[in-house]
Write a protein that binds this ligand. Structure first.
Ligand SMILES: [Zn+2]
Length: 258
């Protein structure tokens, strides 16, 4: 657990089935003994999650809100169990809530073939993964509060709808500390790719829209970008890094249009 500011802690290195990817959740202290958790992890990582909390002297029952940046299993699989342990309310954008509640079935990406392909590229396979993670099946998650662009959570977090990676993907903006918690708006130095980059089409519903959403963040004033999948947090020059990642993605996109 790393303290980013006096109010923001990152819970680093939670397990992920794909090598190098990892998972980082964030805890925001709204008031003394009143926390908002941004994204969860896989159920098998809950003991690690709880040990991070106890090392930092945080009582899990003081987590009052669980905000899901988007519907992907690595962000939400443990949500029902963490809700049970904390009694917290669960929040997500209203669009992803339709899929999270299983009202509509989500068809990816990523799909099974893409997942298996990435595992192969990273030197592993489904059999190895299931030894630790079991069958990755996310049950219905009831969303207590449906979010929309511009909503405020707690004292400081503004909801920015950043669709593309999933239709209801959100980022969270802390204007006072000039921080964006970006979910999967970018990945940083994972999957053997150096530096921040727009998550590839294999894991992204609408790649073009995800590029536009990253570009939209450039309208905000911030220096720090905290992501769910990162080798290190981006604690300075985040604006320029997003600008560069967007330019690279736009060039890639245009090169495929003949
Ligand atoms: Zn994702």
């Amino acid at each position: 657990m790393v303290q980013i500011t006096s109010q923001i802690h990152s819970i680093d290195g939670l397990d992920h089935p794909i090598p190098t990817v990892g998972m980082v959740s964030y805890l925001i202290e709204e008031n003394p003994r009143d926390y908002t958790l941004i994204d969860t992890c896989f159920t098998c990582s809950i003991p690690a999650f709880e040990s991070y909390l106890s090392k930092s002297d945080i009582d899990i029952k003081d987590i009052n809100r669980i905000v899901l940046t988007h519907l992907h299993p690595d962000h939400v699989e443990a949500a029902n169990e963490i809700r049970r342990k904390t009694g917290a309310k669960v929040y997500s954008h209203w669009i992803d809530a339709i899929y999270l509640s299983h009202e509509l079935q989500y068809n990816g990406p990523p799909d099974k073939d893409a997942f298996e392909h990435v595992l192969k590229v990273m030197g592993t396979n489904i059999e190895n993964i299931s030894k630790k993670f079991g069958k990755i099946i996310v049950g219905p998650i009831v969303i207590d509060r449906l979010l929309k662009d511009g909503d405020t959570i707690g004292h400081t977090l503004q909801v920015i709808h950043t669709p593309g990676h999933t239709p209801g993907h959100i980022s969270l903006y802390d204007r006072e500390h000039r921080i964006v918690i970006g979910g999967d708006i970018l990945f940083n130095s994972i999957l053997n790719i150096v530096g921040p980059f727009i998550p590839p089409p294999a894991v992204t519903k609408d790649w073009e829209t995800s590029i536009i959403s990253a570009r939209r963040l450039l309208n905000l004033k911030f220096e720090k970008l905290l992501l769910a999948h990162q080798s290190t947090p981006i604690l300075e020059n985040a604006h320029q890094m997003i600008e560069k990642a967007v330019a690279v993605a736009i060039a890639q996109k245009n090169s495929t249009i003949k």
